[in-house]
Design a protein around this ligand. Sequence first.
Ligand code: HSE
Length: 428
Amino acid sequence: MDKKYINVGLIGYGTVGKGVVKILEENKKIALRKVGKPIKVKSICDLYPIDRPELYVKKFRDIIKDPEIDLVVELIGGYEPARTIIIEALKAGKNVVTANKAVLAKYWDQIFTTAQEYQKSIYYEASVGGVIPVVQGLSEGLASEEILEIKGILNGTTNFILSEMTKNGVEYGEALKGAQKAGFAEADPSFDVNGIDTANKLAILASLAWGGWVKVKDIAVKGIADLDIDDVMISKEFGYDIKLIGSAQKTKNGIDLSVQPCLVNHENVFATVENEYNAVMIKGKASGDVLFYGKGAGQLPAASAVVSDIINLSKFIVTNTAGIVPDVVYNRKTRLKILPSGKSKAPYYLRFSVVDKPGVLSKISGILGKYKVSIASLSQPDMNEDGITQIVVTTHETSRGNLEKALKQIDATKSIVKSKTVKIKIEM
Ligand code: HSE
């Protein structure tokens, strides 16, 4: 390649975009040493004029159609026009770097089929786990492995909120404001708190691990928006923290996929993951557990992962080899078997709000027994208010479907149950 520079076109100059320009400038010697050619941001596209008018272009197609640009960096987030930008860039012969988990999870098939067809590369390390090199770790570091399980705290915003609630007793709303202020949350934070952001990231990791396309709709998703501070405090007394965990496990009946708040024992490694930090545990058949840990959200951690992608991809651009071997081994004919969520098995924490009178406990335990839900422990915290008390039960491993049927019947017994029973998975 006889070009003097690797020319980058940046689309989206928000928090992460600004961080990318900053790191590329500060670390230009490091990049030069690794790539052999300087990396230059040639153009930046954004909706509004920016602080670097000499680089500013208004239309993203001015970047995609610029024959001098080698690499398009998409950092606008969301589905459209991000999908159009990525697809048009690949078709125009550009290599692409993106941090956009939503667009990847939703258009995995179209994006990677197009990349293969046009023999271009798309790198997306920042889309999962911020700065943590888990995409590269899974696809390259663990290339030899039969992956059995992926489990992780994959959203910085919710982990920050849960940490604030657990450690400092901060109200949910206040904690969310703190996460937004620190720049961790999505433009629409409901994606964070409803578990969708975690599901997007889990879908990406699972698709990578098993070579097909795991869709967000294959994942049973529950977020933290309706989590009650009482359950945070009660479980803390029991020796647990509550964490939002994305989990994908290979079982003989299909891949068991879920995103849900979980109780993790204080000794569990996930309990030590606090604030905006993320952690991903990947279990390979030969490797056993491999743990990835680092900052999962925030301007510079995300921008660092984007710049690493730019550098790594530039090495192939310099040698004209980018995209010749597909980065993601994906064949649209691969069909993955997904376990129906009702068949998923785990122990659970249950909190019943019931009237405090004789016979209530036996009624509840009778219904649980009828659906083969076995009780492991039972207690009645001192929380009696207006004749309503709380009964906390932990179960042995039970099928989610059976448990849901039992709770439906219990909650329908309005003479004893006063509000919807809380059910939280206990992470093993
Ligand atoms: N909103 C995301 C999070 C940003 O909180 O983890 C990183 O993907």
